[in-house]
Design a binder for this molecule. Sequence first.
Ligand code: HEM
Length: 128
Amino acid sequence: MSVRARPTSPHLQIYRWTVTMTMSILHRMTGIANYAGMALLALWLVAAAAGQETLTQVNYIYGSWFGQLVLFGFTWSLVHHMCGGLRHFVWDFAVMMEPGQRETMAWATLVASVIITLLIWTLFVWMA
Ligand code: HEM
């Protein structure tokens, strides 16, 4: 019996990679990262409640270069996810969905998240 070649669906190697795809994936990834970041915040609050000695130890870890890197990433993750949330909020009004507009929104999310994160760290960490 001969086997006919069956039609295949387009997949990731066929689709042209777009910025909207990237933002969609990043939204889920930052959502997951936010869970981990919130655990760090909870740990810090527990340490503060436990007493000065525990808080000093946690502050030492969070204040190290690696801790600062993780906290900077967490800040960006939160901000990026929030910007993504606002993008979805705009879409709830059935606007900015046309080709071109979607890409503009995607780039705006990325650029705004970087600028807001740098602003937060400049004001509350580097200049504080
Ligand atoms: C620590 C805070 C947050 C956590 C842990 C979190 C976590 C998540 C996760 C894991 C997802 C992915 C769900 C999925 O793809 O199935 C998600 C989606 C979503 N989040 Fe958050 N999120 C947080 C804050 C926010 C904020 C502040 C906003 C709005 C400003 C927001 C708006 C959204 C929206 C609109 C979606 C759905 C996106 C879609 O339909 O594809 N989130 N969140």
